[in-house]
Write a protein that binds this ligand. Structure first.
Ligand code: ATP
Length: 321
């Protein structure tokens, strides 16, 4: 879907922000770019919608080089959400959301319907909020509008640059959960920048860890937790020793799954089956029902497994120090 082929960005002052980056982002994937400040995350993101030009290499979307797209066609088909919400203060919520559909000359009734649909999607009653100005909404509500505005004209790709980092921890956690749910329903390709590892583990189907303009490791959260490639990655995820296999504690997993509330069983496994292997391979949408001697003991979801593995890995790292 999005392919980086030896992409390098050198700024005019000689800074190499991204150095020979090669990676493929799959359709419908939630890819998280993470790394320390200045490692090139935002530059990588902004090259996708040509807000920043490449110095070397190519980026292609659906097999076509981004430089061969008409710039408007490219930007309208890529939603973009920033940390600073950037809603237009003099425009109503409805007008803010309608910008790209209007540019694409959608019919009025279709735009109105879309605005209602999107506001509902993020829990804002359309009749109550559509005519308000951004200043009449809380920070978290404005951020929700910022997210759905990026979805308004049904883009194939959504780029998000630390969209929740300015929010308080409660709104942030709520919006992370909402975004994870939304992604499951709408199946867009999302490229998401953060420097928060917990956020990356929670949201990413794969995580790209960057350092000094280069990709250090690309993998699923489970792969990164279980097999950090080197000391940089271990330090980054907060582990300071080699990582042994995770022995799962069933009670703990059931409790975490209940707390994070992701539901909707997709299959059933028996405790006698190969539980650790099954758990490590859960996909984002999966919630499994666990049985012992033919009786259900509870359900486990992927988020709980990842949180559990991350905690265990950290604890082991600390006891080793
Ligand atoms: P942060 O997490 O702090 O936002 P980042 O990983 O997103 O950082 P970038 O903003 O991509 O990093 O910057 C990568 C490098 O490029 C940094 O060294 C930065 O100082 C440099 N840089 C970014 N924009 C410019 C610019 N316009 N001119 C020169 N150097 C720049």
């Amino acid at each position: 879907m999005i392919e980086f082929d030896h992409v390098t960005k050198k700024y005019s002052d000689g800074t190499t922000a991204v150095n020979s980056l090669t990676m493929k982002i799959k359709e419908g994937e939630f890819l998280v770019l993470i790394g320390p400040s200045g490692c090139g995350k935002t530059t990588t993101l902004k090259m996708i919608n040509r807000l920043i030009g490449l110095t070397e290499g190519t980026i292609s979307i659906n097999g076509k080089k981004i430089s061969d797209y008409n710039i408007h066609e490219l930007r309208w088909n890529i939603g973009y959400v920033l940390q600073q919400i950037a809603l237009f203060p003099h425009m109503t919520i409805e007008e803010n959301i309608s910008i790209v559909p209007e540019l694409k000359k959608w019919k009025r009734y279709k735009v109105e319907k879309r605005v209602s649909e999107l506001l509902e999607m993020v829990g804002l009653e359309p009749d109550k909020y559509r005519s308000r100005k951004p200043g009449e909404l809380s920070g978290g509500q404005q951020q929700r509008v910022g997210v759905v505005r990026a979805l308004a004209a049904d883009p194939e790709i959504i780029l998000m640059d630390e969209p929740f980092s300015a929010l308080d921890p409660i709104s942030r956690e709520k919006l992370q959960g909402d975004l994870a749910d939304l992604q499951k329903r709408i199946k867009k390709t999302i490229v998401f920048v953060t420097h928060d590892m917990q956020e990356a583990l929670k949201l990413g189907s794969r995580i790209c860890i960057m350092n000094e303009g280069e990709m250090v490791q690309l993998g699923t959260p489970e792969e990164i937790i279980q097999n950090p490639k080197n000391q940089f990655v271990r330090d980054f995820i907060g582990v300071h020793s080699e990582v042994p296999e995770t022995p799962f504690n069933l009670e703990d997993l059931l409790r975490r799954s209940e707390q994070n509330g992701v539901s909707g069983e997709t299959r059933t496994i028996s405790i006698h089956a190969n539980l650790p292997e099954t758990l490590k391979r859960l996909s984002v949408e999966e919630v499994i029902s666990v049985e012992k001697n033919g009786r259900k003991v509870g359900t486990i979801n992927r988020q709980a497994v990842i949180e559990y593995m991350a905690d265990q890995t950290k604890k082991r790292g600390q006891s080793h120090e």
